[in-house]
Design a protein around this ligand. Structure first.
Ligand SMILES: Cc1cc2nc3c(=O)[nH]c(=O)nc-3n(C[C@H](O)[C@H](O)[C@H](O)COP(=O)(O)OP(=O)(O)OC[C@H]3O[C@@H](n4cnc5c(N)ncnc54)[C@H](O)[C@@H]3O)c2cc1C
Length: 412
C-alpha cells in the first residue's frame, strides 16, 4: 500500500517506523525539522528540547521503543523536585517538613491533600469527566486548597482556560504523579536528550525505504473512491497526526473539534540557577509564565556548561504581544538576575501544543479510523487524560496496527 502520513512529530514518526518496509510510506512535515513538540535546539555542544520533557516509570511503550532503537541504556532516573513561588518567595514542597512549613495551607488543608493523593488511584474517573476541576476541589477540599495549591498548577498547564478543565484530568494527573519520594519525584530523561528518539526514528524510516519530506505542508486532501489525494499525490491510506480542526481545514472530514491550546516556552541559559535547586516551580504569584522549569536542577549542569531554564506558558488564540520580553523582564526582576547574565534565550511557540482537557472531553476523542481516513496524535485515547510521549508512541503503533488489520481484512 502507498501510505501518506501528515506530521513528523512522535506519532507520525512511530507510525512511519512501524509501517515502512511493509508498505510504501511517505511522511510530510511542515517545519524544516522533525519532532514537533519533542523537537530540540542543537546548541553546538549539546541538544536541549524546545519544551521541557521527562518521562515516567509507567511509560512502558516508550521503553519498548527505546529498547528497539538501542537507546534504553541511556535512560536515567533523577529526582524532579517541585516548589511554589508565593508571597514573593520560593517554597520547596518535597519533604514532609517543607510541606508542613508551606504557609499558604493550614494543617487541615494538608491532611485533606494527603487524603486526595492517597485516594486518587482508586477514584472512578468516568464520573468526574463532566465536573470542572475547580468545582470538584472547592466542594471537596475547600477554596483555599484550590487557590493556594491547585490553581497555580492548573494555570501552569492551561493558562486562562484552567476553569474549563475537568476533575477527571486533575485526579488522574495526581494519580500518575503520586510516585513521589521524600527528595522529589523519580523522573526519567534520556542522557544526551530526547532528540535521539526522533533521530533514531528518522533513520529507521529512511533505511527501510520510507520517504520523509521536511518543509512540506500538507495543504490539500481529497478522497477519490477508496484512495486519497494529498497535495496532488495519490495514496491508498492517509494517517493524519495534526489536530482534527486543522485536518478539516485542508479537506479532511468534519469531526467534533478538540479544544487545543498553544504553548510559548522561553529557554534561557545562565551562569547560575535561581530556584533554590528546585526543578519545577509553580507560580502562585501572578507572572507572565505559569512555571519556571530549571532543567539543570534535574539533569547535571556539567553536561551543558551553563544553567538551562524554561519559562513555561500556555495561551489560547493569538500569542500575547511581546510575551518573550515581558517574560524576561519579569524573570530578571523577580529572581534578581541581570539581563547580562543571560547567555542566550529562545522562544518556542506551538499554536497546537496540546488539548485542553475540558469537561465532556472524552466524548470528543476520535477513533483511529474516521470516514476512511486514519487519525492519531495528541487527541487519541492513548493521550487521555494526559498527553505524553508514551501516549503519542502508543497512538503511532496502534494506528499502524489498524491499517495492518484493515489490509488483512480487505485482502482477497
Ligand atoms: C510544553 C510541552 C511539554 C511537554 N512535556 C512532556 C513531558 O515532560 N513528558 C511527556 O511524556 N510528554 C510531554 N509533552 C508531550 C509530548 O511532547 C507530545 O505528546 C508528543 O511529542 C506529541 O507528538 P505528536 O506527534 O502527537 O504531535 P506534534 O508533536 O504536535 O506533531 C505534529 C507534527 O505535525 C506537523 N504539522 C502540523 N500541521 C502540518 C501540516 N499541515 N502538514 C505537515 N505537517 C504538519 C507539526 O509541525 C508537528 O511536527 C510535552 C508537550 C509540550 C508542548
Amino acid at each position: 500500500m502507498k501510505i501518506g502520513i501528515i506530521g513528523g512529530g512522535l506519532t507520525g514518526l512511530v507510525a512511519a517506523h512501524a509501517l515502512a518496509g511493509e508498505h510504501e510510506v511517505e511522511l510530510f512535515e511542515k517545519l524544516p525539522y522533525l519532532g514537533g513538540c519533542l523537537s530540540s535546539y542543537n546548541m553546538n555542544d549539546y541538544w536541549i528540547e524546545r519544551y521541557y520533557h521527562h518521562c515516567f516509570s509507567s511509560d512502558t511503550t516508550l521503553f519498548s521503543l527505546l529498547k528497539e532503537t538501542g537507546l534504553f541504556k541511556k535512560l536515567e532516573w533523577m529526582n524532579g523536585t517541585t516548589g511554589y513561588f508565593a508571597r514573593n518567595r520560593i517554597f520547596p514542597l518535597n519533604k514532609p517538613l517543607e510541606i508542613l512549613a508551606y504557609p499558604e495551607l493550614t494543617l487541615i488543608d494538608k491532611a485533606k491533600l494527603a487524603w486526595l493523593t492517597l485516594s486518587a488511584k482508586k477514584t472512578d474517573l468516568t464520573k468526574l469527566d463532566d465536573i470542572p476541576a475547580d468545582q470538584y476541589i472547592i466542594e471537596n477540599l475547600g477554596t483555599n486548597i484550590y487557590s493556594s495549591f491547585f490553581e497555580p498548577l492548573l494555570k501552569s498547564k492551561f493558562g486562562d482556560r484552567r476553569n474549563e478543565v475537568s476533575a477527571a484530568w486533575l485526579i488522574s494527573r495526581i494519580a500518575i504523579r503520586s510516585n513521589r519520594g521524600v527528595s522529589g519525584e523519580r523522573l526519567g530523561y534520556l542522557k544526551g536528550g530526547f532528540h535521539q528518539i526522533i533521530g533514531a526514528l528518522e533513520s529507521s524510516v529512511t533505511e527501510k525505504g520510507g520517504k520523509i519530506e521536511k518543509q512540506s505542508t500538507s495543504s490539500s486532501l481529497s478522497r477519490e473512491g477508496k484512495a486519497w489525494t494529498l497535495n496532488g499525490k495519490r495514496f491508498d491510506a492517509v494517517i493524519s497526526t495534526i489536530p482534527p480542526h486543522e485536518l478539516e481545514r485542508i479537506g479532511g472530514p468534519a469531526l467534533p473539534h478538540i479544544p487545543y491550546q498553544g504553548a510559548a516556552c522561553l529557554t534561557l541559559a545562565m551562569d547560575s540557577q535561581v530556584t533554590d535547586g528546585i526543578y519545577w516551580l509553580n507560580m502562585k504569584d501572578s507572572a507572565p509564565y505559569g512555571a519556571v522549569v530549571s532543567h539543570t536542577n534535574f539533569i547535571p549542569v556539567e553536561r551543558y556548561g551553563e544553567h538551562i531554564v524554561y519559562l513555561a506558558s500556555y495561551f489560547s488564540g493569538t500569542l500575547p504581544a511581546q510575551l518573550d520580553e515581558r517574560m524576561i523582564t519579569d524573570f530578571c526582576r523577580r529572581f534578581s538576575v541581570s539581563e547580562r547574565e543571560i547567555h542566550w534565550h529562545r522562544m518556542a511557540v506551538d499554536p497546537w501544543a496540546g488539548p485542553v482537557y475540558t469537561t465532556g472531553y472524552r466524548n470528543l476523542i476520535p477513533g483511529y479510523e474516521q470516514a476512511g481516513l486514519y487519525m492519531a496524535g495528541m487527541f487519541s485515547r492513548t493521550n487521555y487524560p494526559e498527553r505524553s510521549m508514551e501516549g503519542s508512541v502508543k497512538a503511532g503503533y496502534e494506528v499502524a496496527d489498524c491499517i495492518r488489520k484493515q489490509e488483512t481484512h480487505d485482502r482477497p
